[in-house]
Design a protein around this ligand. Structure first.
Ligand SMILES: C[S@@+](CC[C@H](N)C(=O)[O-])C[C@H]1O[C@@H](n2cnc3c(N)ncnc32)[C@H](O)[C@@H]1O
Length: 230
């Protein structure tokens, strides 16, 4: 389960970004929500402060807040430099430019760390095996892990992980469907076909968030018979 901290780029997203990435409504947030691969996102901290029921799970949580913060400062300037070096790959609508993005990522890290140091809702575990009972959650979210790292994570890993998420949650949403190179993930079609063969329903939806050019879609996965949009 262990992850090597020096291989992780711990930049997290905010509650507002999660709302946009996953088209989240009040009804979506009314049940028990799991942020899988939550990393240093402030979604959980902000959601809890708003009165929602959210847990986060990530192998990163074996590390202390100080270690995660050090790794953040060791990587943030490199990431921003890479963004500035590839201007055609980014869309500046949610964030105005890379300087604003950098400021926002620092704010997110601060909010995450404050809650991480006191909260018991950060669970150390890694896909494709989660330590939760069947249907423990109404909704599982997975942001910037599956599909994004298609070059590193196999199709088999994606399938096993998504089936595990569907075991622990009634609905699963994954964003984005593009790779780090901002190309459509080669796994999306095969994943939808394989999950369909296992009796799960899949739906690709456009969302109101785009930072990586073309990264403005999420995958929703439902069990057959569950409430789902037509
Ligand atoms: C790019 S970060 C995204 C963090 C957060 N979801 C967000 O969007 O702000 C990817 C996260 O996936 C986590 N991760 C890596 N392998 C994982 C696995 N097998 N299961 C769950 N999380 C994993 C990393 O530790 C990291 O925190």
């Amino acid at each position: 389960m262990a992850v090597q901290l020096d291989r992780i780029v711990p930049l997290g997203r905010s509650f507002r970004e999660y709302q946009l990435m996953f088209n989240l409504t009040e009804a979506d947030l009314a049940g028990r929500v799991l942020d899988c691969g939550g990393g240093p996102a402030s979604f959980t901290a902000e959601a809890i402060a708003l009165g929602y029921s959210v847990d986060a799970v990530d192998p990163l949580y074996e590390y202390a807040g100080e270690q995660i913060e050090q790794r953040f400062w060791a990587t943030v300037e490199d990431v921003m430099a890479q963004i500035d070096a590839t201007p055609d790959d980014w869309v500046w609508t949610v964030h105005t430019d890379s300087r604003a993005l950098r400021r926002q990522r620092i704010e997110v890290m601060g909010r995450f760390l404050k809650d991480y140091r006191v909260g018991d809702r950060y669970i150390t575990a890694a896909l494709p095996n989660l330590p939760f009972a069947d249907s423990r959650y109404t909704l599982a979210l997975c942001s910037h892990l599956l599909f994004l790292y298609s070059d590193l994570l196999s199709l088999e890993f994606h399938l096993a992980s998504l089936q595990e998420l569907c075991r622990v949650a009634e609905e699963v949403r994954v964003f984005p469907l593009v790779t780090l190179a901002a190309q459509p993930s080669p796994y999306v079609a095969a994943v939808c076909q394989a999950l369909g063969d296992r009796g799960l329903m899949t739906q690709i939806q456009s969302v109101g968030y785009e930072l990586q050019k073309g990264g403005n879609q999420m995958l929703r996965i439902f069990r057959c018979g569950a409430n789902h949009p037509a």
